[in-house]
Design a protein around this ligand. Structure first.
Ligand SMILES: Cc1ncc(COP(=O)(O)O)c(C=O)c1O
Length: 384
């Protein structure tokens, strides 16, 4: 995959030496700009926009998020608790399969509980309804738009959502809403094609559902996204099917709003220079290996190609090849762009790696707050 980042933005002016290393630095102005775009979309479309906590659950910024979005969406019990502890508004929960022991509490915390299959609906609907929670069903439109199967919920054999072909004769009794999440960091055209594909089904069930949740994966805050097209589409869906529409966005909320700052620990040579950083792809940016993709480097310039890699034992703990004007030196700071979403929530302490600190920077006032630092006790405390 390729990074969607549009570039350094205001981070070009940030002095990387101001924070401990490694450290996530979130620009609250960039975040607020994204939130303003999303609020304008909500106003223009009539849709409610929720923050997908799985992508960005930096709760110290919840007060800012609360000013603009209608609520959150959670992937299970702990995110649902986090949502109610820190965020306002509505809460939608979705899990590919709920554990029976979690259902009562999730239902009590959530406004909508979206189930992945009709079997989960029939198993848990009474409990959910008793807690006052509306029931939703995730459907799989069986219309693929993804470039990479691992990120395509509609790929053949997908476990995500009840295949739409199995729903033609199914009763939606007791189900208040339909949900689909089919995209990954994509523009409006793939959504439009997906909606065209599901429209005959939606017509066949017209009047049987009150809301339609179009999930996430819509990169609405990227400069080239057709926001007006999406707003018109959401409004048309709401009008045509007499439903409330929802989006649950993660990447779009925090897009290009954060960097991960690290430091060069050593520079060696083997088929060219290799700079070993205190940032590990495996521990701090696992999507670099999983997707895989090459994150953009802040201020990349020059002719010298250098491999940037992590300090863990994993031979594949490599970030990629980057260009430098001069050979990097131990102690030099570097930063990777667009790391606010997914990287922060996915960090781990493999090899006893330190977790990156978390800082909030205001690119207008230049104010900087280190809101979280981790130490040995965080590593020890999650093992026994
Ligand atoms: C069900 C569901 N909703 C919302 C999202 C958020 O997607 P994104 O961060 O791409 O907007 C995801 C991401 O995987 C998801 O699985």
């Amino acid at each position: 995959m390729t990074t969607q980042s549009m570039g350094s933005g205001q981070f070009a002016a940030f002095d990387l030496a101001r924070v401990p290393s490694p450290c996530f630095v979130i620009d609250e102005v960039a975040l607020e700009n994204n939130l303003k775009t999303l609020k304008a979309l909500a106003d223009a479309s009539g849709a409610d926009i929720l923050l997908a906590l799985k992508a960005f659950s930096m709760w110290s910024l919840a007060p800012l998020v609360n000013q603009y979005l209608s609520g959150t969406c959670a992937s299970g019990l702990w995110e649902a608790r986090l949502a109610r502890a820190h965020y306002g508004g509505q809460l939608t929960s979705f899990s590919p399969a709920y554990a029976p022991s979690d259902v009562d509490e999730i239902a009590a915390l959530s406004d909508h509980m979206v189930f992945n299959s009709l079997t989960q609906v029939s198993r848990f609907e009474a409990q959910a309804r008793k807690a006052g929670c509306e029931i939703g069903l995730r459907m799989n439109p069986e219309h693929s738009e993804g470039e990479v199967a691992r990120y395509d919920p509609c790929t053949g054999g997908s476990r995500l959502g009840q295949p739409i072909s199995q729903l033609a004769d199914a009763s939606l009794d007791g189900i208040s809403g339909l949900h689909m999440h089919t995209l990954c960091e994509q523009g409006f055209a793939p959504l439009q094609r997906t909606i065209e594909a599901v429209t005959p089904f939606l017509h066949s069930k017209k009047g049987q559902f009150d809301w339609l949740n179009l999930g996430g994966g819509h990169l609405v805050t990227r400069a080239d996204y057709d926001v007006d097209g999406l707003a018109a589409c959401l409004r048309a869906l709401g009008d045509e099917f007499k439903v409330k529409t929802y989006l649950e966005l993660g990447t779009a909320v925090a897009f290009d709003a954060g960097i991960l700052v690290g430091e060069v620990l050593d520079v060696t040579d083997n088929d060219g220079p290799i700079a070993i950083l205190d940032i590990s792809a495996s521990c701090h940016m696992p999507d670099v290996i999983e997707a895989p993709y090459r994150p953009s480097l802040l201020g990349e310039t020059g002719e010298l190609e250098v491999k940037l890699a992590g300090p863990t034992c994993l031979a594949g703990d490599e970030i990629g090849h980057y260009h430098f004007a001069d050979r990097p030196q131990a102690g030099q700071r570097v930063a990777f762009l667009d790391q606010a979403h997914y990287s922060m929530v996915k960090t781990n302490t493999f090899n006893g790696m330190a977790l990156p600190a978390i800082a909030i920077w205001n690119s207008q006032t230049d104010a900087l707050r280190i809101v979280r630092e981790f130490d040995y006790s965080d590593f020890e405390g999650r093992l026994s």
